[in-house]
Design a protein around this ligand. Sequence first.
Ligand code: AP5
Ligand code: MG
Length: 227
Amino acid sequence: STQGVSSAASDVYKRQIMLGAPGAGKGTHAGKISEKYGIPHISTGDIFRENIKNGTELGKKAKGYMDAGELVPDELTCDLVVDRIHQDDAKNGYVLDGFPRTIPQAEALTKALAATGEKVDYAIEINLDDQVIIDRMSGRRVCSCGATYHIVNIPPKKEGICDKCGKELVIRKDDEPETVKKRLEVYHEQTAPLIDYYKNEGILRVIDGTTGLEQGFQDICAILDQK
Ligand code: AP5
Ligand code: MG
């Protein structure tokens, strides 16, 4: 329900970034933020996966990088996001999940927003150790509708079937153990520097990613509601 939310969204909660390693819970929390505050959840990973599924040119270019656990080049990513945040449904704000992921991407975002006098309100880092992540990804199951489950932590009501749309759940291709290791390396090298970038801008907020999902979401709401 978006009842009583749209005015709050337009006045208060604007532009959020979810930061954190692969498997930290960015997508899970971004989905809940989107529902609660009535702003779109924009996940570059989901956009690329959708393009792969539909066999688009972008999908063909992105696939090799993603399957290898590497980043898709900035030049395929930045324009896509800048176009997306200028769409109509994003004018009251949005939650970005998986973007920015490199310093050049963060700079491109800052620049695109500055052109219209805007800026990111909060970058929320979900913090946790690599080992917890490795355990989580091995239990993740996803649906093509975008829903995410975990076989132990967030099981679907019926094993292997999506609660929301009834389709069969699958294991994400890049959740193979070797690829997860590679993604974590890439995260520490290329994405973790964004933590300092947003700290310097004064908009970094950190939550503990090892608490349960309920607690984690409460922590996030407390940050967004503080504004
Ligand atoms: P992307 O789809 O963004 O993947 P990622 O960042 O690796 O993140 P994940 O989706 O794996 O994790 P998440 O943080 O969303 O966690 P989730 O909520 O699912 O990117 C995939 C690829 O696309 C990249 O490798 C790259 O190639 C490319 N790409 C995307 N964006 C790009 C960009 N900007 N530039 C370049 N390339 C880009 O949670 C994980 C699991 O844990 C789930 O099963 C969940 O149910 C469970 N869980 C979550 N939180 C908790 C909790 N608190 N307690 C218990 N279980 C939990
Ligand atoms: Mg995700």
